[in-house]
Design a protein around this ligand. Structure first.
Ligand code: CO
Length: 356
């Protein structure tokens, strides 16, 4: 018997493509691997849980809705979300660690995420995490995520950086991961992490406010200029935070491509604007004019509601910005549901139907 709070909310379907999940209890990876740097969860009695690096560095306070499916389902009921796409928290990418250790952590996280999806297959879709600093291992875990765990895709960082790799997403070593994702039909969610400028913008949360939008554009420009999207026409990529600064600066990016092809068109002759329609972004831009620009620039078929649940820079009521705008009903349905299903590669008949 499903409780009322866990039941799908009434009203039209609403899919949130950008939400994060962790297991409540994480092993102390430092004890297992013999070196530190891994983020874990502490649960002080009577307090909120804390995400803390094993060297004691505090990351953020979190609540049970980060790990507890029941708490999430209750929130989803209250905010009208019929389904969430789950991915890990980017500080757990661990691209800096030894690849086999990153793989072990990724398998732990992916197994947990798949268990949550398996228990509530109509309410959750899952994206795995991969040891991207070792593309061979990444491809193997991608195969396991899709083939064994039944996940719909993966979440990767806006770049891959650590002692063994310092790569943007155009890096040739990463291409086999994208090629395999395209082959498997796995959706790829690109999330900013390791924000540029963290060393030089320490005050005012600037890495999150200034660096993060640039990270998203860096990822998109790398996929475009590197020819990844052009070479893999079936690859389905969605970039977080409305694609960051990409839409607002596409005129400059296009102009740069035309003015200095010797710098920009060296790996892909196709212009940046010709890639519009080849990728999705979420709608997490916090401003109706910005969302209007994203829709007009990137296309109303390529924008899906994503809230960054359950974190504070997210949209407290997923899709509230979309709700606030004067949109044709058909466009609204695309943003709330259809575009997410198309990106995930899910036929509409298989679930998330509009409530009668
Ligand atoms: Co996020």
């Amino acid at each position: 018997m499903i409780s009322t709070a866990a039941a799908p909310p009434p009203g039209p379907a609403r899919i949130d493509v950008h939400t994060h999940l962790l297991p409540r209890d994480l092993p102390r990876w430092a004890d297992r691997f013999g070196y530190s740097g891994f983020v874990g969860l502490e649960h002080p009695a009577g307090c909120r849980a804390r995400m803390v690096r094993d060297d004691g560095t505090f990351f953020r306070d979190v609540d049970a809705n980060l790990w507890d499916p029941a708490a999430r389902l209750s929130d989803m009921h209250d905010t009208g979300v019929s389904a969430q796409v789950l991915s890990t928290v980017p500080v757990l990418f661990n691209y800096w660690a030894q690849p086999r250790d990153t793989l072990q952590v990724a398998q732990f996280l992916n197994d947990h995420l798949a268990d949550v999806v398996r228990c509530h297959p109509d309410r959750f879709f899952g994206l795995g995490t991969l040891p991207m600093q070792d593309p061979d291992l990444a491809v193997r875990e991608l195969d396991r995520c899709v083939g064994e765990l039944g996940l719909h895709g993966i979440q990767i960082g806006s770049h891959v950086r650590g002692p063994l790799a310092d790569w943007n997403l155009d890096e040739a070593s990463l291409f086999p991961v994208f090629a395999r994702a395209a082959e498997l039909g796995a959706a790829v969610f690109v999330h900013p992490w390791d924000m540029m400028g963290e060393a030089t913008m320490r005050k005012y949360w600037l890495p999150w406010l200034v660096g993060m939008p640039a990270e998203c554009s860096r990822a998109l420009c790398s996929l475009i200029f590197g020819g990844v999207l052009a070479r893999l026409p079936t690859l389905r990529v969605c970039v977080a935070h409305g694609g960051g600064s990409f839409a607002a600066t596409l005129g400059r990016i296009q102009h740069g491509f035309e003015a200095r092809p010797d710098l920009c068109a060296i790996d892909n002759p196709l212009a940046p604007r010709d890639h519009v329609g080849r990728f999705w972004v979420d709608a997490l831009v916090h401003d109706p004019l910005a969302l209007r620009l994203v829709l007009d620039t990137l296309g109303e078929d390529r924008v899906a509601v994503g809230s960054d649940y359950p974190f504070p820079l997210g949209e407290a009521r997923p899709g509230a910005l979309v709700d606030s705008m004067a949109l044709a009903p058909a466009v609204r349905a695309k943003l709330l549901r259809d575009n997410a299903l198309n990106w995930l590669g899910i036929a509409r008949e298989s679930g998330c139907e509009e409530a009668p």
